[in-house]
Design a protein around this ligand. Sequence first.
Ligand code: HEM
Ligand code: HEM
Length: 182
Amino acid sequence: MTIRSTGSHYGAIAQGFHWLTVILVLGAYITSEGGSEAKIYSAAFDTTRRIHETFGLAVLAVVVLRLLWRLADRTPAPTEAPVWMQRVAKAAHILLYVLLFAVPLSAVFGTWFQGHPVTPLGFDFAAPMAPSRGLGGTSIEAHELLGNAILWLAGIHAAAALLHHFVLHDSVLRRMLPGGRT
Ligand code: HEM
Ligand code: HEM
């Protein structure tokens, strides 16, 4: 496997970003807490909320770096899968990228509009704007909805990758795994 992607295989860096994103999104999801605002911001939930926000902000940082790298890297050519399948896959990838921005950003703006600081472990980033309870509530609701949506979409996307590998026996999953032929 090479550092850069080739015509048939994602390179080590593109793969690293992909699998790191998977870990961070799962980390954010597992540590997400529902419930009232009073509960989320109580002392008992401070550490869990901070861990959740740390995972979430890392997702945002990694997607920015990943897209910058994608501009410099090449993208593997389409696989042997039928054209309609490639179109559906491409649409799913674009939607996943949109959600990788929308999920953390809706949380950051929602938190600030609710009048709370954004609090990854060790830092408190105070809101740069005046609170607006209505906007804050709507953004946080959107965050919860989109946070669940990204898990569903990623689940379908993962199931499709496994289907390619075990049922269609093509190269789609292998080109996102280390060790494949380039
Ligand atoms: C990809 C990243 C993220 C995912 C997948 C995610 C997922 C979720 C989900 C599913 C919930 C709702 C939990 C439930 O109702 O059961 C939630 C709540 C929350 N998230 Fe995130 N989140 C992410 C990033 C962030 C970031 C960056 C922040 C930083 C501000 C954040 C702050 C919050 C807060 C404060 C809540 C609780 C809202 C409330 O109930 O008042 N999240 N998150
Ligand atoms: C949170 C979970 C996940 C997210 C957000 C995600 C996101 C993405 C994105 C955005 C791409 C497009 C890459 C590009 O060309 O720039 C992609 C490709 C890919 N993903 Fe995932 N993914 C997730 C989980 C998984 C899992 C669990 C698997 C395997 C079981 C998987 C297998 C693949 C494969 C094989 C490709 C390459 C597809 C192709 O070449 O057309 N992904 N993923």
